[in-house]
Ligand binder design. Structure first.
Ligand code: B3K
Ligand code: ZN
Length: 844
């Protein structure tokens, strides 16, 4: 396969003045006619005329009205073209019904839909399919489907046809088309300059009762972007469509966002609090892309973080405003460590702005998205809120309508702040998670903190330079008062000292407040100090972090030395849990423990080969110990967590329910499941129903409830995904593979549906001890199914290969078994480019 390099970028030789597309829809033979107006770009180097195109059946071509016969290759077409401007016309045929890769134009249960990012448009027609070619699209759709949608504004419709015009120049990856038998939940929004925007959420008739929340989230997002970023919507309509077969969460096509049903449809009976929160965040994310991604897009795919990191950062700000900022930060850090740190520590590590790829779809990663957002958070912290907002204003004013680079992005900050950001830019170029070692000194009232940074080698990057790391610090006096409020230290050297004179007593540092940088803090502080911070830290993040450190240390000691659970920690935690002035959501987070995969990594970092069974056993032992120890406290917390009011998915109620679920899980360990049974029977919302079901399955009492659940939700795909996933996630590790295997033989295991496939195999890969069973059965089962899925859907297959990314941290036997599974995938005849690249990187 061919490798594409950032350094090879060259502009396309023409601008595309206008695009006219006509679709004559038919499941097995859709005709696509295109009329493209090309104008030579004097700034671009001379080049042959080449348009990308894949899996297209050519019908006819013309230049300026005269028929031509271009040379067609598997990647596209080559033609001799006039020196000046010209019109290129093409007609091709495609078969959406047989498009199982779900990229380009495809069908999902009878409806037509598209997914073009990153390079799907070339499966629709011949085109310069690259993000820096922006053009104005007019689209005509012909077909019997009652609803026919494309980007922009509707400009005409009649019996069997509809036309759309999008006045905003856009790259082809933002093109979209939808046609089907759909109904809409409609509403409207008036922008602050008075534009009346029609809002529609298009769904199948049976899903109409699941639209209200998504619509509210959309209106809140529109309002928020006006208030916080001064960004208004720019068309007369905004359409969202829910699609059942979709490779990811959603897609920000201009004026026509397409969503995985799971990322937009929700009702209290069918969706959990977590689903509602995720939906709100994704709706906001896709809407915010209208400015960060669409109006200003990426010059090339290496700049993906320009739109994704920024848009994730913006949606996190939105969620923090809508809900609880402190809870959102902790949840994001848990997620960052689980997904991005894991990526950074293994063979898939890559910079936020990668320098090469074979298949760009493999780089829609936690590093590009989540670390990309962390980098923006650090930039904002370093320059301050005011400079951040002036830089953003300049970015929008200067680059509207352009396809940009990270250099363009950083330049607006340099201009606004007169600050040199060349060292900061390393965050985009250097892969790996920096480690921060801490040394302290105390003498004559002066406290000195010495920070030393190192970034471990990653594939292709053996040596790393020091980064600019903002370290938010507070100091507490031994009696628990804050003697230094949060201050941001700027670490720029490999090693640097910071001096704090004039203190009455040796302070306790509260380091990396708010998780001010995506680094690993290597600080072997004492248990006493952590218990102190758990009790006194004024920063909610570092207070939670102290608890997490204690939990990790306790579990590691339990794994390696068979130690008993740490009583001093549990006492400190109990005080926090009893503090009714603390948000229930925060207390629920305090009840969480590091994941078993995190513990495996922590052991590996300490030079110990992780044993998944021992980690499982220690985690279970800790949970049992907590359940017994807190037998009296739990009913009290359950009372506090109870919600009497009618269900609302807001932060206050969901916080209580999350505390309730954590408490129920512990309670089930002492009562064998009677509380869970009672909750299951009276549950009137999915959050309570599902948490009770998980407890029952875990307690080995799930059979009856699972059958009832299935009978109740048989016809709801999204709920049935939960039914599949939960049985695996809640299984005993000795059963995980067998449960998974049995579920793949279930008549409802529709494995070509990405949501169903992920529900099952995502749960298998996420069950640490179950997946890493010593005999390798978990590795083999996943490999069997990845091999099978690859022919149909390379993109989803490739993403799921990441399940093996930590293979090198286990014992030689497990390593050999995972390696064998990867080799078997690699050897599959006709393996897709997507999976070939992933497996090659994994075993390199
Ligand atoms: N931009 C899309 C992701 C496209 C993924 C292509 N493999 C969704 C998003 O980030 O908003
Ligand atoms: Zn995005």
């Amino acid at each position: 396969a061919q490798t594409i390099y950032l350094r090879d970028y060259t502009p396309f030789g023409w601008t595309v003045e206008s695009v006219h597309l006509t679709f004559v829809l038919a499941p097995e033979a859709t005709r696509v006619r295109s009329r493209l107006r090309f104008v030579p770009d004097p700034k671009a180097p001379a080049q042959e005329f080449f348009l990308q195109g894949e899996d297209l059946t050519p019908i006819s071509f013309a230049i300026d009205g005269a028929p031509v016969t271009p040379e067609i290759t598997p990647e596209g077409l080559r033609a001799k073209v006039p020196d000046g401007p010209f019109t290129f016309e093409a007609e091709v045929e495609i078969a959406p019904l047989h498009n199982t890769a779900l990229e380009g134009l495809y069908m999902s249960r009878g409806m037509y839909c598209t997914q073009c990012e990153a390079e799907g448009f070339r499966k629709i027609t011949f085109y310069p399919d690259r993000p820096d070619v922006m053009s104005v699209f007019t689209v005509r759709i012909e077909g019997g489907e009652p609803v026919k949608l494309s980007n922009g504004n509707p400009v005409g419709a009649g019996e069997g046809w509809a036309e759309w015009h999008d006045p905003w120049p856009k790259p082809a990856y933002l093109f979209a088309l939808v046609a089907g038998d759909l109904v809409a939940q409609s509403d409207s929004f008036t922008t602050r300059s008075g534009r009346e925007v029609a809002l529609n959420l298009w769904v199948r008739e049976g899903d109409l009762h699941k639209c209200a929340f998504g619509m509210e989230a959309l209106k809140s997002s529109m309002d928020w972007d006006e208030r916080v970023y001064g960004r208004e919507y720019d068309l007369d309509v905004f359409n969202i469509v829910a699609v059942d077969d979709f490779n990811m969460g959603a897609m920000e096509n201009k004026g026509l966002n397409i969503f995985n049903s799971s990322a937009v449809l929700a009702s209290p009976e069918t969706a959990t609090d977590a689903n509602f929160e995720r939906i709100e965040g994704i709706i906001a994310h896709e809407y915010f892309h209208n400015w960060t991604g669409n109006r200003i897009t990426c010059r090339d795919w290496f700049q993906l973080c320009l739109k994704e990191g920024l848009t994730v950062f913006r949606d996190a700000q939105f969620t923090s405003d809508m809900r609880s900022a402190e809870v959102k930060r902790i949840v994001d850090v848990i997620d960052l460590r689980a997904r991005q740190f894991a990526e950074d520590q293994g063979p898939l590590a890559h910079p936020v702005r990668p320098e090469s790829f074979q298949e760009i779809n493999n780089f829609y990663t936690a590093t590009v998205y989540e670390k990309g957002a962390e980098v923006i958070g650090m930039l904002k912290l370093l320059v301050g809120d005011d400079a951040y907002s002036r830089a953003l204003d300049l970015y929008f004013a200067r680059h509207d309508g352009q396809a940009c680079t990270i250099e363009d992005w950083l330049r607006v900050f340099e201009e606004v702040t007169a600050r040199d950001l060349s060292q900061f830019k390393l965050w985009y170029a250097q892969a790996g998670t920096p480690r921060l070692a801490v040394a302290e000194d105390w003498q004559d009232g002066t406290y000195t903190l010495t920070l030393r940074q190192t970034t471990p080698p990653t594939p292709g990057q053996p040596d790393k330079a020091p980064l600019v790391i903002p370290v938010a610090l507070g100091l507490l006096s031994p009696d628990g008062h804050e003697v230094l409020p949060t201050t941001v230290l700027e670490l720029t050297e490999a090693e640097q000292s910071f001096v704090f004179p004039g203190l009455a007593a040796r302070p306790v540092p509260s380091l990396l407040r708010g998780f001010s940088a995506p680094v690993v803090l290597e600080r072997e502080s004492s248990r006493e100090e952590r218990v102190f911070l758990l009790a006194h830290d004024t920063d909610t993040f570092t207070r939670w972090e102290a608890n997490r450190d204690l939990a990790r240390a306790c579990l590691l000691a339990m794994v390696t030395d068979g130690a008993d659970p740490d009583a001093a920690w549990l006492d400190g935690l109990e005080t926090v849990l009893r503090d009714a002035s603390l948000d229930p959501a925060y207390r629920a987070l305090m009840l969480g423990v590091p994941t078993q995969s995190d513990l495996a990594q922590a052991l590996h970092d300490r030079g110990v080969t992780p044993d998944p069974e021992a980690i499982w056993a220690a985690t279970e032992r800790l949970r049992d110990a907590r359940a017994t120890r807190w037998a009296e406290l739990l009913p009290q917390l359950a009372d506090e967590a109870r919600v009497e009011a009618p269900y609302r998915p807001d932060a206050a109620q969901s916080g209580r329910r999350s505390l309730g679920s954590a408490v129920l899980a512990l309670t089930t360990r002492v009562d064998g499941g009677s509380a869970a049974e009672a909750q299951y029977d009276r549950a009137d919302n999915m959050t309570l129903q599902l948490s009770a079901l998980a407890c029952l399955v875990q307690a080995g009492r799930g059979a009856e409830a699972l059958a009832r659940f299935r009978a109740q939700w048989q016809d709801d795909r999204l709920v049935m995904d939960k039914w599949f996933g939960l049985q695996i996630a809640a299984s005993d590790p000795t059963e995980t593979v067998a449960v998974t295997e049995a579920l793949t033989r279930d008549p409802d295991f529709d494995w070509t549906n990405p949501n169903r496939f992920r529900a099952v195999f995502g749960a298998l890969a996420g069950h640490h001890a179950g997946f890493h069973r010593a005999d390798g059965a978990g590795y083999d089962l996943l490999a069997d199914w990845l091999i099978r899925l690859d022919d149909k859907n390379p993109q989803t297959t490739a993403r799921m290969c990441a399940a093996y990314q930590s293979w090198r941290r286990y014992d030689p036997d497990r390593q050999a078994k995972m390696r064998a599974a990867l080799d078997r995938i690699a050897a599959k005849p006709g393996l897709s480019r997507d999976v070939t690249e992933m497996v090659t990187r994994l075993i390199a």
